[in-house]
Ligand binder design. Structure first.
Ligand code: GLY
Length: 386
């Protein structure tokens, strides 16, 4: 991992400030040398010339956008379209950031957060820290449709879901359970074989060599060293210009029991205004909550900013919160996704690349085919090396 000096970070942050106040885009700053094809970033930035229907999600929705687009093309509701996408990710045991198979909290319990917003009616629903129900996005919709409340959490949310006919199940897969045990072993000596045991190992890497964990060793090492704030956000606009969105997550892995991130918070993890557009997020929720990212982006679009520039303005506010210690920005990731009523779209990320060097991307389907595009980064570097 390239080590950033404090001076480099100061310069990058300063550059971000200058860019955000002029064009709102570091990647497009004159004379700036990008490590990524400039035309791809430019395409991402101007992405969406106004196609409707349109559906956009975090990258982990790429294989399911067709299902959402089919709902939109069939004249279905935009909320049903986004739910058609995210419920498939919630059901997928191999996506460890959402629903079934999501990484658990520090007690080994999977607690899920989700919300929905329905633009045409201006209604919304949300659940936080719900256990044993694999589709919290559908519980959030049920909350919106069947109650006079908006947000329900914990045991009350589970009871509500069961009363409404949702099935309970164990959400912890073997893969997530073993990752959790490895995290405990890594952080707590008491969860390793004792000093007097033939299986005692000095180093974490040696512990991971045990046969049971071997199959997922790379994955386990990664999630132990880099706690996840995966998630899926999905937003859609139909041919008439009606808009909806949803965000669903298992939240920050190894979190304190009961911790709720930005995903179910209306105005942070998601915001929809049927006259303007929609925005949502993935990544470290605490940073988003502090700037009410979803609402901020929609308000920026109302004032005329493009979806991408609105996302970058929100990210700039996040970066500004670290003015006193900018080097800490590299310790987390945050992504925003936005669409407007005309069917234009964009996404911004704090960093251009994941810790492993993969480009940060998002998924778009504008009626022709689903494809991945690079997000427009505030800082076109590698980040999230926590
Ligand atoms: N954005 C997901 C979380 O922080 O919980």
């Amino acid at each position: 991992m390239e080590k950033w000096t404090r001076r480099k970070f100061f310069l990058a942050t300063l550059a971000g400030g200058v860019a955000a106040s002029t064009k709102g885009l570091l990647g497009a700053a004159p004379g700036r040398k990008s490590t990524f094809a400039a035309d791809a970033l430019q395409q991402a930035r101007t992405g969406g010339q106004g196609a409707r229907p349109l559906i956009v999600s975090a990258a982990n929705g790429i294989h399911h956008l067709d299902a959402g687009m089919a709902v939109l093309k069939g004249g279905g509701d935009t909320l049903d379209a986004v739910l058609a996408v995210v419920t498939k990710v919630e059901d997928d045991p191999n996506d460890d950031s959402v629903g079934y198979g999501g990484l658990p909290n520090e007690d080994g319990v999977v607690q899920l957060d989700a919300c929905v917003m329905h633009g045409p009616t201006g209604r919304c629903g949300a659940v936080g820290a719900i256990e044993k129900i694999k589709n919290p996005s559908l519980v959030a919709k049920m909350m919106m449709e069947k109650t006079n409340h908006i947000f329900i959490v914990g045991a009350g949310a589970e009871k509500f879901a069961v009363d409404e006919g949702f099935q309970t199940m164990n959400l912890l897969t073997d893969r997530s359970r073993l990752a959790w045990l490895a995290w405990k072993a890594y952080t707590t000596e008491n969860w390793r074989p004792g000093l007097d045991s033939p299986e005692w190992k000095e180093k974490m890497a040696e512990l991971l060599d045990t046969s049971e964990r071997m199959a997922w060793r790379g994955h386990i090492e990664d999630v132990v060293m880099h706690p996840r704030t995966g998630t899926i956000n999905c937003v859609a606009v139909d041919a008439k210009g009606d808009i909806s969105g949803t965000t669903t997550t298992s939240g920050l892995s190894w979190k304190i029991s009961g911790r709720v991130g930005d995903s179910p918070i209306i105005g942070a993890g998601l915001f929809v205004d049927n006259e303007v557009g929609a925005a949502g997020s993935t990544g470290r929720g605490e940073e988003n909550i502090k700037i009410s990212g979803g609402h901020t982006i929609v308000e920026m679009m109302r004032q005329g900013k493009s979806p991408t520039d609105a996302c970058l303005e929100a990210l700039h506010r996040v970066a500004r919160n670290y003015k006193a210690f900018p080097d800490r920005l590299k310790l987390f990731h945050l992504q925003f996704y936005a669409i407007n009523k005309d069917g234009q779209y964009g996404a911004g990320s704090l960093w251009g690349m994941h810790p492993d060097g993969r480009r940060v991307q998002y998924a778009v389907h504008d009626g022709t085919q689903a494809r991945l595009l690079p997000t427009t980064p505030l800082f076109d570097r590698k980040g999230g090396d926590y």
